[in-house]
Design a protein around this ligand. Structure first.
Ligand code: BG6
Length: 523
């Protein structure tokens, strides 16, 4: 008998038993006519429902400006699930049962009467939990967060503090402000009506299975953690590349740019998890304390350093996988002379004991050749004797790659002898793939995040000081760029890996970008 599988089963350790208590509640989605609701939120809730992970009973109320009936709202949401969900086609019986919990409340965010209507809808529920435990999901522009919270508080739907029995929580989508000052302002507005503990700031990267695995990988394995410092690590590369352009989101993107859209949140979050110290416990606050500490140790960039440590770029027309792509300046709702960046690469230094002197390179961009998110820990080379002395730079240094998406997995790259009578050494790869180990099931980030918010676990959400510290890191970069129009060398053709200056940024220290590869899924 092969005992390996059963032994692995015995050795698997469940940490969340007893932790995730989901009580009957209502979920109110503000901005329910928006894209996010149909693409992500309702599909996630539907999947949680069919997997019996949602509380029973529960209700979902869509709140938005447009007039529509409950039946219309349900139909639209069904179409969203069929188009965007990970399983596409809905099971008619399951949808029937799920959508019976779905209603619509029409109203302007600024109209106090609309909130009274919402109050009536909630008050009409029989179960106390449905009336008093409420998750308010603000899928709206950040400029409306404060106003909505205030109206909710005035209507006594959102009560600051908890009575120990019932709860109200506010989930807010990114972008959380557009700079440090506006983020502070938003925080001040929200905390007038809710305690910090009631506020759940979303960064959907934290809901990704592979991003959560960073902590497990680092702190449940003795062998890797030993290597995780300046003693062994030469530098770290974090790439989030996307092969799509801005598409229909030109209007939003003109206000955001890659720095605000991706670096301030997703990239810095992943960096914090990769580089932080071990937390004192697995509690939300302990983990978030360490993330903030790490973000605070990132060396602040002075305006004069931005030009040498950060590269921006904007895509020009080109081809991605053989398909013609327009230049950013030709996209819908984009100014023809826009200076907004669609690509950022940066070298950040972390001034703490563990990472002193180790460059962390971050990059992200749109219309790149391949969509992938990965962290590559590039180890120091061997001493310059034996193989290294003979091969020079042809002897590759070891690397661990955490592939966050797609083909989720972890790869260890080391050198081996090529079999045969010749003496030849070349890199080989040891490969852990989620798919082959666990099967193809990876829940969508929003499923996990919604469930955690319902359960009141804030680990995967961004704390106030975290969001503010992240803005403090990117603000000087944005300020340095603001008054400078893009120069010729800052453009890159769609379908390339970004402007040449990004290569020069690494070459200065003898490093080279390692572009994510479309790994074949192992059989
Ligand atoms: C969003 C950004 O937060 O993340 C988008 O606004 C980006 O511009 C997206 O495309 C990337 O997320 P994912 O999960 O597809 O890597």
């Amino acid at each position: 008998m092969d005992t390996t599988d059963s032994l692995d089963e015995i050795l698997s350790c469940r940490l969340d038993l007893g932790k995730r208590l989901v009580e009957p509640c209502s979920i109110v989605i503000f901005g329910a006519s928006g894209d996010l609701t149909a693409r992500k939120l309702i599909p996630a809730l539907y999947h949680l429902y069919i997997e019996k992970q949602l509380p029973n009973p529960m209700r979902i109320i869509g709140f938005a400006r447009r007039e529509k009936s409950d039946a219309q709202f349900r139909e639209e949401m069904k179409a969203g699930v069929e188009q965007y969900s990970r399983t596409k086609k809905v099971d008619p019986a399951a949808w029937e049962a799920f959508s019976a919990n779905l209603t619509y409340c029409q109203g302007e965010f600024s109209d106090p009467k609309a909130y009274l209507k919402l109050r009536d809808q909630l008050a009409g529920q029989q179960h106390e939990g449905l009336r008093k435990n409420v998750l308010f999901y603000l899928s709206t522009s950040p400029s409306q967060f404060g106003e909505i919270a205030e109206h909710l508080a005035n209507a006594k739907l959102l009560v600051k503090g908890q009575d120990g029995k019932n709860w109200q929580r506010v989930v807010v989508e990114k972008p959380f402000g557009h700079d440090l000052a506006s983020a502070r302002q938003l925080n001040a507005e929200l905390t007038r009506f809710a305690y910090e503990k009631q506020i759940y700031r979303i960064d959907h990267y934290l809901g990704k299975e592979t991003v959560q695995n960073i902590l497990m990988f680092r702190f449940s394995n003795a062998i890797f953690e030993q290597l995780w410092s300046r003693q062994a690590v030469d530098h770290v590369q974090l790439t989030v590349s996307e092969k799509l352009g801005v598409g229909t989101r030109g209007g939003y993107y003109e206000e955001a740019g890659a720095l605000r859209d991706m670096v301030q949140n997703h990239l810095l979050q992943v960096l914090a998890l990769v580089a932080m110290e071990p937390p004192v416990s697995l509690e939300a606050e302990a983990i978030r304390d360490e993330k903030v500490k790490l973000l605070k140790s990132i060396r602040p960039l002075q305006a004069t350093q931005v030009a040498t440590q950060v590269v921006r770029g904007q895509y020009q027309a080109g081809y991605v996988e053989g398909q013609a792509r327009p230049a950013y300046r030709e996209e819908q709702k984009v100014q023809p002379n826009s200076n907004v960046e669609t690509y950022v690469a940066a070298r950040l230094m972390i001034d703490n004991w563990r990472w002193s002197g180790v460059p962390f390179y971050l990059r992200t961009g749109k219309n790149l050749p391949f969509s992938a998110s990965e962290v590559r820990i590039q180890f120091k080379p061997t001493p310059n004797v034996l193989f290294a002395a003979q091969c020079g730079p042809k002897l590759d240094a070891n690397a661990i790659t955490l592939r966050l998406q797609p083909n989720e997995g972890i790869y260890l790259r080391f050198n081996g002898k090529v079999p045969g009578t010749s003496v030849q050494v070349r890199p080989v790869r040891m490969h852990f793939s989620y798919d082959s180990e666990f099967g193809a099931y990876t829940p969508e980030a929003y499923e996990r995040l919604l469930l955690e918010a319902i359960a009141g676990d804030a680990t995967l959400f961004i704390r106030r000081d975290e969001v503010e510290t992240a803005w403090a890191i990117v603000d000087p970069i944005r300020q340095a760029w603001e008054s400078l129009p893009l120069t010729e060398s800052e453009f890159y053709p769609a379908g390339s890996w970004g402007p040449h200056a990004a290569d020069a940024l690494l070459a200065e220290r003898g490093h080279t970008w390692r572009n994510p590869q479309p790994f074949p899924t192992p059989k």
